[in-house]
Ligand binder design. Sequence first.
Ligand code: BGC
Length: 246
Amino acid sequence: MEVLGIDIGGSGIKGAIVNTKTGELVTERHRIPTPQPATPENVAATLKKLVNHFQWKGKAGSGFPTPLSHGKCQSGGNLHETWKGTQVDKLFHHTTGLDFTVINDADAAALAEMNFGAGKDKKGLVAVITIGTGIGSGLFFNGKLIPNTELGHVTYNNDAFEKYAADSIRKKEDLSYTKWGKRLHKYFKHVELILSPDLFIIGGGASKKLHKFKDQINIKTPIIPAENKNEAGIIGAAMAAAEGIK
Ligand code: BGC
């Protein structure tokens, strides 16, 4: 099945038509900068531009970078506070006229990774942790997604762990990979204690740099990098629409 997959992020809104059986993009990726402020009206208008670019009439799926429950935004997070309480899938359906599925961006990237990337055929409890602007998570048991986990929000010093250990914090505080790796060690040690997973897969911008900080993380659970890189969010969003995951 071919589906328009979209990844909404803090800096860019990217899309492509995806073959959901093979996980391959059947068109070039098209990217439009995220409008500022990233309010529901502005983002929905940008989404319409993206749909028009592909002249798409079929199903569409979008990854969304905030906590969600059944397509409803629970907190504006890194986008804009006015999203809280918005039924995001309905808004996108009204704006574009398309049959729209919306899932959390980390769940989307993790879905692609588990089906076509580093998580393929991995059984047991697998936690895909995306480390970029924030920290997101996609949790799987025997290949099935347990949606809407927010493992970047376990707390550290009365704040979300992502405010201490995300890649954006490494950049902002100009941390060495050793120092940042030590922060990530605390993070993974904590999540390991909570979940006792069989495997961690690192996604997001940090997946390419895993070799630079992996030595700092001393835990029992194996940690491997994601393979799908930039496209994972788009592919997984399309898969969620094809499979009717919410
Ligand atoms: C949000 C998550 C999101 C992650 C990565 C976090 O701040 O709460 O929903 O998956 O950032 O974008």
